[in-house]
Design a protein around this ligand. Structure first.
Ligand SMILES: NC(=O)c1ccc[n+]([C@@H]2O[C@H](COP(=O)([O-])OP(=O)(O)OC[C@H]3O[C@@H](n4cnc5c(N)ncnc54)[C@H](OP(=O)(O)O)[C@@H]3O)[C@@H](O)[C@H]2O)c1
Length: 334
């Protein structure tokens, strides 16, 4: 099969001919129709990710058809259209992942290939209303957004919610789900046109985080701040998020795109009774809940750009500058 192989730090991803993966116990083979890129793939290529190993086939997201099974008890899955859950061995504890937890696409070979081997417990049926591209864009970013917003963030319809960096894959899913429950949602972005797009999709307003004092109007416009803030940038602006949170509010963050947390004044956090929570990906149970939520609300994932598997290196370069609004998708069928 053809696969996109990364052979080292800062190397371009190459298309190589490699063997179709052999199935282990309780795995199925999925012929991939589409996959999607995540910021994780870019961090790995840059060498800025834990547990690097090369060569590796990156890619955590995928949609396709089950073409082979290892155990006869799973034969009902044959020929089914599926979405892949990239959370491997989360375990039974809903509060935290197990010590064996891994994300598909390092260390295990991932979805930037014609086929992928995946445990049967990591596939769910693809909702018919989603195209292959839309379905492929959902898994990693959608799951991260679902857990951050609902499990960790406890989002409610009555909440004022701020989603930072709305152009990002995870942020946009969090935004779409917060709008779907009827919450009052504001956004930030480094580009005004992305704020305008979010307003067209139901945001109450937004601010450009690249402008000085970007946070000032947000507090006024939201009539006093936010019950819940979902962030993946961290960095120096995190202290403004503490200001923007209402007393009793929650700040959930799942990334550090903008660097380390700044010095924070303890009194600002304890006097306001703030919950500051970290969040990562999600469990098998949350993945099923995510797909159900999307299906019930008929939410369409927003696809920013589509590339062929052969153009994967061009596609990953898109993360050098965040110009996308939504997911960058790969068509795996050649
Ligand atoms: N813990 C987890 O399980 C998990 C899962 C997924 C992702 N992540 C991490 O979360 C981050 C986002 O991932 P992604 O896949 O959604 O990436 P992405 O699609 O590349 O989105 C990144 C977005 O970050 C926003 N951003 C950049 N600088 C910012 C700043 N100073 N303030 C606010 N927003 C800023 C930009 O939004 P605009 O375009 O609107 O300016 C950009 O589009 C990455 O660091 C990633 O590694 C963690």
């Amino acid at each position: 099969m053809k696969a996109a192989v990364l052979k080292g730090v800062n190397q371009p991803i190459e298309i190589n001919e490699v063997p179709i993966p052999e199935l282990q116990n309780h795995q199925v083979l999925v012929k991939l129709k589409a996959s999607a890129l995540n910021h994780r793939d870019w961090w790995i290529q840059k060498g800025l990710y834990a547990g690097l190993k090369f060569p590796v086939i990156l890619g955590s997201d995928g949609s396709g058809i089950v073409v082979k099974i290892q155990n006869t008890e799973h034969q009902n899955w044959l020929n089914h259209e599926v979405i892949i859950n990239p959370s491997l061995e989360w375990g039974d504890n809903q509060r935290v992942q197990s010590a064996n937890y891994r994300i598909l696409g390092l260390p295990e070979d991932g979805t930037f290939a014609e086929y992928v081997a995946i445990p049967v417990q990591n596939i769910v049926k693809k909702p018919a209303y989603l195209s292959w591209e839309e379905a492929a864009s959902l898994p990693l970013a959608g799951l991260t957004a679902f857990r951050a917003l609902f499990t960790r963030g406890e989002a409610q319809k009555s909440d004022n919610i701020l989603i930072t960096g709305v152009g990002g894959g995870v942020a946009l899913f969090a935004f779409q789900m917060a709008i779907a429950i009827g919450a009052n949602v504001w956004v930030t972005s480094g580009k005004l046109e992305k704020i305008s797009k979010a307003i067209k999709l139901g945001a109450k307003g937004g601010a450009n985080y690249k402008e000085e004092n970007w946070f000032k109007n947000l507090k006024k416009d939201s009539f006093g701040g936010f019950d819940l803030i979902i962030d993946s940038a961290a960095g120096k602006d995190f202290k403004e998020l503490i200001e923007l949170a209402k007393p009793g509010g929650r700040i959930v963050f799942y990334g550090g795109t903008n660097g380390n947390l700044p010095e924070l004044l303890p009194a600002k956090i304890f006097w306001k009774q703030l919950d500051i929570k970290g969040s990562t990906m999600g469990s098998d149970k949350e993945f099923v809940q995510l797909v159900k939520f999307f299906e019930e609300h008929k939410i369409k994932p927003i696809v920013s750009e589509v590339f062929s598997l052969l153009e994967i290196e061009k596609a990953i370069r898109r993360f050098d500058e965040p110009n996308q609004f939504g997911k960058i998708v790969i068509i795996n069928e050649l």
